[in-house]
Ligand binder design. Structure first.
Ligand SMILES: [Zn+2]
Length: 113
């Protein structure tokens, strides 16, 4: 039992420690204060929040939703994200960034996709 717990704790800590390139990118643009509203979602959670069926949020390192008000310079963030070949979907209150084909889109829904 203890052995199992140790393995479990090890797995949790290594998962948490493994940084996604998308997170490294976000941190490289702004070190502090960024608020990620949605990151990796389970299939069930994605359905609940009205995410797209093939949402990049289903991949561990696929997508992040960032609260716009937490970004110091939204325009610059978008410019750098596109330069780094991410796809951006700009919503009213948040920026969706994912690892899909790089382009800029304007979102019509206000929930994370
Ligand atoms: Zn999203």
């Amino acid at each position: 039992m203890i052995k199992l717990m140790v393995i479990f704790i090890f797995m949790v800590s290594t998962t948490a420690a493994k940084a996604c390139p998308i997170d490294a990118f976000i941190t490289s643009v702004q070190k502090e204060g960024i608020k990620v509203n949605s990151a990796h979602r389970s299939k069930e959670h994605n359905k609940k929040v009205g995410g797209a069926k093939n949402s990049f949020h289903l991949l561990a390192c696929g997508a992040r939703d960032i609260q716009k008000s937490s970004i110091h310079n939204v325009k610059e963030f978008i410019r750098l994200a596109l330069l780094a070949k991410y796809r951006i979907i700009e919503y009213k209150n948040h920026i969706h960034i994912d690892t899909g084909e790089s382009k800029y889109l304007k979102g019509t829904y206000n929930n994370g996709r």
